[in-house]
Design a binder for this molecule. Structure first.
Ligand SMILES: Nc1nc2c(c(=O)[nH]1)N[C@H]1C(S)=C(S)[C@@H](COP(=O)(O)O)O[C@H]1N2
Ligand SMILES: [Mo]
Length: 247
């Protein structure tokens, strides 16, 4: 994906932004409904996103409602040939060996011991069928399974009063989310895609599935994570994409 410049928002989108602000509600689905447009249509997504990017991160954080759920779908809705995306072509996706793999933990975490995939698979698992929306103008419905992230954060005694959770990936990608989103019930440390071990292209060994955020805030190939109060940014975030990028 190219770090394309964000377009100027139209007047109507600015108004929508204002209306949403007053309603203290903003979800990707709601944006699509309010604009009356198909969020899968590229130019529309660009315009929605440009309006969202002007949104102040702190304001968004303040009005984020931690229990608002992203829409869930049925097995029949799952997109066949779910797209691959990365800042490189699919053939370059990093191949991480399960043998010897350990998820490394650091920062404001009580229990910093690393985790094997076996250990993560032994924790209670759940799955979700949700829509992934990419800033590049496509969306697709997928099914991911794994560990509810809030459960994991509590298990490792993360300081959940801290501001951010950051992720480092095998391909040098990185991203971060606010703690409210980390604790959202639909945020999961995904180990499977369509009930199979997460394939390389979709982020083996694991991906953070965050249905309340845009695709680029769903890091794949996670090798390490940390909890911090220092703003961590991210690969696309550092190139100008709105950090919050979600609902
Ligand atoms: N490690 C890593 N994670 C990443 C990316 C990437 O390039 N590297 N791209 C992001 C973007 S922009 C999108 S849209 C999704 C694509 O996920 P998919 O390949 O499962 O569709 O992964 C996100 N997470
Ligand atoms: Mo994306």
């Amino acid at each position: 994906m190219n770090a394309k410049l964000l377009l100027q928002p139209s007047k109507s989108l600015v108004n929508i932004e204002r209306r949403l602000f007053m309603k203290k509600t903003l979800s990707l689905g709601a944006l699509a409904m309010l604009t009356g447009c198909d969020p899968t249509e590229p130019s529309v997504t660009d315009r929605i996103l440009s309006a969202m990017s002007r949104w102040n991160d702190d304001v968004q954080l303040a009005i984020f409602s931690p229990n608002k759920l992203a829409q869930v779908y049925t097995e029949a809705d799952i997109t066949e040939d779910f797209p691959f995306n990365g800042y490189y072509p699919e053939a370059k996706a990093p191949v991480v060996a399960e043998e010897g793999f350990r998820l490394e933990l650091s920062g404001l975490i009580g229990k910093k011991e690393s985790w094997t995939l076996e250990q993560l698979r032994a924790l209670p698992q759940e799955s979700q069928i949700t829509r992934h929306i990419c800033v590049e103008g496509w969306s697709a419905i997928g099914k991911w399974g794994g560990v509810r992230f809030s459960d994991f954060l509590r298990l490792i005694e993360a300081d959940t009063s801290a501001k951010y959770v950051g992720f480092k990936c095998a391909d040098n990608y990185h991203s971060s989310i606010d703690m409210a989103t980390a604790l959202h019930p639909q945020t999961i440390l995904a180990l499977t895609f369509r009930d199979q071990v997460l394939p390389t292209k979709y982020g083996f060994p694991m991906k953070l599935r965050v249905p309340t955020k845009l695709g680029f805030k769903n890091p794949k190939h996670i090798m390490a994570m940390y909890v911090t109060n220092d703003y961590p940014g991210g690969f696309w975030e550092d190139q100008g994409y709105n950090w919050f990028s979600g609902s």
